[in-house]
Design a protein around this ligand. Structure first.
Ligand code: NAP
Ligand code: HSE
Length: 317
């Protein structure tokens, strides 16, 4: 199987290294993986990738690929590169929630055809899209509440310890959690992208990103965080999706929650999601939601699913 990789940054490098490390699992299913090429902006940058990897600024190699893994990020930038490849009806694995949220008109048909794999786009290596696109559909969905952004979670947790906002943001960037630009994180837009992606599995297969009401954490002060702590609460950037009349209400905003709430107890750098359905009851998902290797784990998992013949993540029809 010839695999093409777009991007070799925090996530792309770990995807390449994990494919190399887990070669035996591919051999177990009878597949020899060959990396056709890795597209980047700057070929002279030092990279931690397996020896002999072909790194290039040219995307011609895509035409020889059986599957492409996209880790460039951005909305139109990756789609412009992918468009000719997508026309040939071959699969794409991506962690790019911005592209999924904002270019759904163009991508939805591929997703309905089972050609798009995107477990890593929400909560990175903590599987939520898998269950929401399969077994949870038997249950009547009512509501979800989630912490979906590692950068904001890290910043707010550091502020609980007294660190100021700017220093905490720099820390999240150094850990490889933040988007480029980080306004996507702190402005709440990354969380809104992820909420739109999730809504298409449980509420409306065409849920528009523009329907999410967004407030970020930029105006949360050290005094706000510490006042919450004194009262046994924590401030979290919370994504919510619930029924409103005959439709759905989707919001992203900072909220004060009791410190023993499942969205708080998940941990400082972890994401969490509380899912409520009539028949399945209340489910809690928690785990790492940002970082190179944890994201790579879901993307390489998607690659394995594809090789085993499982379709990609199909939204509600
Ligand atoms: P990153 O570290 O900034 O890496 C981006 C890579 O894309 C770099 O290798 C860069 O090339 C390449 N690139 C950017 N623009 C390009 C262009 N026009 N042509 C060719 N190559 C280009 O980003 P990342 O953190 O790995 O994130 C990648 C994607 O994963 C994003 O969609 C992000 O939202 C998503 N994601 C990230 C995380 C995380 O924790 N980081 C978690 C889940 C999902 P150069 O190296 O030459 O600059
Ligand atoms: N910037 C994102 C975050 C990366 O901080 O959660 C994972 O999607």
């Amino acid at each position: 199987m010839t695999v093409g990789v777009l991007g070799s940054g925090t996530v792309g490098q770990d995807v390449l290294n994990l494919i190399e490390r887990r070669k035996p699992i591919f051999e177990d299913v009878g597949v020899k993986i060959e990396i056709a090429g890795v597209m980047v902006r700057d070929v002279n940058k030092k990279r931690n990738v397996p020896a002999g990897t072909r790194v290039t600024t040219d995307c011609d190699f895509l035409q020889e690929c059986g599957v492409v893994i996209e880790t460039i990020g951005g909305v139109d930038r990756p789609l412009d590169i992918l468009r000719p490849y997508l026309r040939s009806d071959r699969p794409v694995i991506t962690a790019n929630k911005a592209m999924l949220a904002e270019r759904w008109d163009e991508l939805r048909e591929y997703a309905l055809d089972g050609k798009l794999y995107y477990e890593a786009s929400v909560m990175a290596g903590t599987p939520v899209i898998g269950p929401m696109s399969t077994v949870l559909r038997a249950s009547t969905f009512n509501k979800l509440q989630a912490v979906l952004n590692g950068t904001c979670n890290y910043i707010l947790t550091q502020m609980e310890g007294g660190q100021d906002y700017a220093a905490a943001l720099a820390g999240a960037q150094a850990l490889g959690y933040a988007e480029d630009p980080p306004t996507l994180d702190v402005g709440g837009f990354d969380t809104a992208h992820k909420l739109a992606v999730l809504a298409r599995f449980c509420a409306d297969g065409n849920f528009p990103y523009s329907a999410v009401q967004v407030t970020g954490i930029e105006n949360v002060t050290l005094a706000d965080v510490q006042d919450a702590s004194r009262n046994g609460e924590k401030i979290k950037l919370v994504a919510e999706l619930e029924r409103a009349g005959t439709g759905w209400k989707a919001t992203v905003a900072p909220q004060r929650l009791p410190a023993d709430h499942p969205l708080c107890t998940a941990g400082a750098t972890r994401n969490a999601l509380v899912y409520e359905g009539d028949e399945c009851g209340t489910l809690i998902f928690a785990g790492g939601g940002a970082g190179g290797m944890i994201t790579a784990s879901a993307m390489v998992g998607d690659l394995l699913d594809y090789l085993l013949g499982f379709p990609g993540h199909v939204p509600l029809h």
